[in-house]
Design a protein around this ligand. Structure first.
Ligand SMILES: Cc1ncc(C[n+]2csc(CCOP(=O)(O)OP(=O)(O)O)c2C)c(N)n1
Ligand SMILES: [Mg+2]
Length: 331
């Protein structure tokens, strides 16, 4: 990954920086809390944390406009929070409670929000990629200028359905930004062990799709690349691929033995490349915020997350009557 730009060179407003700082911190604190609740047995099933990757979704959401759509994999809590879904509803879904986005019947991987144009949450690796192209097709068909962000991982990027989707998306000039969140691992398999063509975005060239690699630990770089991709799609030029180089600090899921990488590797990324620390330094060195102001923001966010956790514990479990509802549309 490229070396970090010196903090003082960044050309960005104080308000923007503070917004990115808050949004990334909310994801991190929320995920830390979800990890705790999982440890306490309050969250069942699978739970894939997004810690380390916050700049990807926050940077891209900063490039999105009202009405744009998003769809992603099972590592989805960050995407929900970044598009403005309520932390209470997300946490309550994680704990399987009535107040959750899927009334407690979906859990971590199956949440949706029509209002925020968030189309899930998909547990089957790569399954969301053709769905993303379908969402983009619906906008093209209706003649809107909306764009769909379709997120998937480096592991998913080796799947056949991704390339079938690329072909159709380019053929029909669909307004879809394919976002490859390359966190360097697919469960315990590193990119180096899964492919001899490690530049994943370049594969789009075989279908005539443009794209680029982005430093996913730099929220400003992600936002800038996102704006370029969105402009390309909105202008009717078809899809665009962003391969965002990022890193997950936690295990693949809560039950990951973590034997495929060293503690030192993780530690190095946390210490040298952390995206939140990057923005913190920009705020401090640019005299946009004091240590005390940043501490106050952290406290405010911790309060929001604690309220979400309290809500998720107090909300009742879904009633037995709900067993046969929401199975098929209209049921
Ligand atoms: C079709 C399918 N095959 C296998 C799995 C099991 N599985 C879940 S996540 C995963 C790794 C995917 O890695 P990547 O696409 O890099 O995403 P990341 O977890 O790093 O976000 C696998 C193999 C699955 N859920 N679906
Ligand atoms: Mg991965």
């Amino acid at each position: 990954m490229a070396a970090r730009k010196p903090a003082k060179q960044a050309n960005v407003s104080k308000d923007e920086l503070l917004a990115y700082y808050r949004d990334m911190l909310l994801i991190r604190r929320f995920e830390e809390k979800a990890g705790q609740l999982y440890g306490m047995g309050l969250i069942g099933g699978f739970c894939h944390l997004y810690i380390g990757q916050e700049a990807v979704v926050v940077g891209l959401e900063a490039a999105a406009d009202e009405g744009d759509k998003r769809v992603t994999s099972y590592r989805d809590h960050g995407h929900m929070l970044a598009c403005g879904m309520d932390p209470k509803g997300v946490m309550a879904e994680l704990t399987g409670r009535e107040g959750g986005y899927s009334k407690g019947k979906g859990g971590s991987m199956h949440m949706f929000s029509k209002e925020k144009h968030f189309y899930g949450g998909h547990g089957i690796v790569g399954a969301q990629v053709p769905i993303g192209a379908g969402l983009a097709f619906s906008d093209k068909y209706r003649g809107t200028d909306r764009v769909t962000f379709t997120y998937f991982g480096d592991g998913a990027a080796n799947q056949g359905q991704v390339y079938e989707t690329y072909n159709m998306a380019e053929l029909w000039d669909l307004p879809v930004v394919f976002v490859i969140e390359n966190n360097q691992y697919a469960m315990g398999t590193s990119v180096k062990r899964s492919t001899k063509s490690p530049s994943l975005w370049e594969r789009g060239a075989a279908y005539g799709i443009e794209g680029e690699e982005v430093d996913g630990m730099d929220v400003l770089a992600v936002k800038a690349a996102g704006e370029k991709a969105v402009a390309h799609c909105r202008a009717g030029n078809g899809p665009y691929i962003l391969e965002v180089k990022t890193y997950r600090y936690r295990g693949h899921s809560m039950s990951d033995p973590a034997k495929y990488r060293t503690r030192e590797e993780v530690q190095k990324m946390r210490e040298e490349r952390d995206a939140i620390e990057h923005v913190r330094q920009l705020l401090l060195t640019g005299n946009h915020a004091s240590e005390d102001e940043l501490k106050a923001i952290d406290k405010e966010i911790k309060d929001t997350v604690n309220e979400a956790a309290d809500f998720s514990r107090e909300s009742p479990e879904p009633s037995v009557d709900e067993l046969y509802t929401d199975i098929y549309a209209g049921a």
